[in-house]
Design a protein around this ligand. Structure first.
Ligand code: ACO
Length: 334
């Protein structure tokens, strides 16, 4: 069966850096609290609507296509993972098809939040393995800052999230190339309401929100039961990593680099400790970017590659956990 390789990767980050001390000026928080609880020092927030979710995705995708040496007519399919699409509908995938001038290829939108990139990787892998497509563009992009409540009321969520996009080109492997070895995807919908934006959607429609005092706030703001999410994340991520290792007949000692979804530096540290891995084998960049949800893993992969921490031939493990709950992992030879 054909295997799937990552032929190109790229990322895009808005220029505007928002430090913890910037946040201290608009809400009751402190650099010390944020760093101690999350590891985050600064994040990027789009200023003056200079970007959209799809425009950042396109910029990351162009870099990934350039690295892969592929042009618009080479892309057979688009997968776009985000929880912050440009429009309620249509999804952002079609905007990428339009703005990158791709042929009239299929564009699939994934709504799996922090696990979106892992889900996308697994879906793309199936299409390539079966021979249906040869080159798939997978994008994870988030424009969080527009929906965050920038006051003390929203502090437990707002300080965590950042904007940005990452993309990969997944291609059919040549003879001898290994690529994706195993992936897994999971969900537990009983906790859907533990991390969510409720509306506007059919559960609480626009008219209903407008009738409410303060437009039903916080129903259209992100809600997160942080402690509860944290406890599940530190259990599910190691489980998923073990699952992809077992499927490949590998152990954690074989991993050259682990890139966990950048949700919280403490979560990454606990996953690292679970597998007794050294600092050099775990890549984190949440300190400078915050949690960019579907963008976090492809952005981190790009940075790790650019910094020489991820090399061709490395056994790379990726894992994510987030809203849904959804979680998963992937093991691949980069
Ligand atoms: N600044 C100062 N104080 C704050 C802030 C803030 N920004 N936010 C909350 N606090 C206060 C709270 O009000 C609380 O005060 P109290 O004790 O007087 O009530 C205290 O700090 C502790 O709050 P907790 O919520 O218990 O703090 P915790 O240690 O759990 O950290 C955090 C919160 C950072 C959100 C953590 O729970 C976390 O990272 N959770 C997981 C996030 C995650 O993985 N999300 C999944 C991915 S995101 C996605 O899928 C979209």
């Amino acid at each position: 069966m054909t295997r799937t390789i990552i032929k190109g990767l790229g990322s895009f980050l808005p220029d505007n850096v928002v430090t913890n001390s910037d946040l201290e000026k608009i809400m009751d928080t402190s650099d010390e609290w944020i760093q101690e609880r999350t590891g985050i020092k600064e994040r990027r927030w789009i200023s003056n609507r200079s970007e959209t979710t799809s425009s950042m995705g396109c910029k990351a995708a162009k870099k990934a296509m350039e690295m892969a040496g592929l042009g618009p007519s080479d892309i057979d399919f688009v997968i776009f993972a985000t929880l912050s699409p440009d429009y309620y509908f249509p999804g952002s995938g079609v905007l990428v098809q339009r703005d990158l001038g791709l042929d009239n290829v299929g564009a699939l939108d994934l709504r799996n939040q922090c696990s979106g990139f892992i889900y996308g990787l697994s879906v793309a892998d199936q299409f390539i393995k079966t021979g249906m497509y040869k080159n798939i563009l997978l994008i994870g992009s988030e424009f969080h800052s527009g929906a965050l409540e920038k006051s003390t009321n929203g502090r437990s969520v707002t300080v965590i999230f950042g904007d940005g996009a990452g993309a990969v080109v997944l291609s059919a492997a040549e003879e001898g190339e290994k690529g994706i070895i195993s992936t897994c995807m999971h969900s537990q919908g009983e906790h859907a309401e533990a991390l969510m934006i409720k509306g506007p959607a059919t559960g609480v429609w626009v008219d209903e929100l407008l009738e409410k005092e303060n437009y039903g706030e916080p129903e259209w703001r992100p809600y997160m039961n942080g402690n509860f999410v944290f406890k599940h994340a530190v259990t599910r991520m190691p489980e998923a990593i073990q699952e992809v290792l077992d499927a490949a007949g590998k152990s954690s000692a074989d991993i050259d680099l682990l890139i966990p979804h950048q949700a919280n530096l403490r979560i990454s540290a606990m996953v690292q400790k679970h597998f007794n891995m050294s600092d050099e084998k775990v890549f984190n960049n949440i300190q400078h970017l915050g949690n960019t949800t579907a963008g976090s893993i492809p952005i981190a992969m790009t940075q790790a590659f650019e910094e020489g921490k991820l090399k061709r031939g490395d056994l790379l493990c990726l894992t994510a956990f987030g809203s849904g709950f959804t979680w998963g992992a992937a093991l691949l030879e980069f």
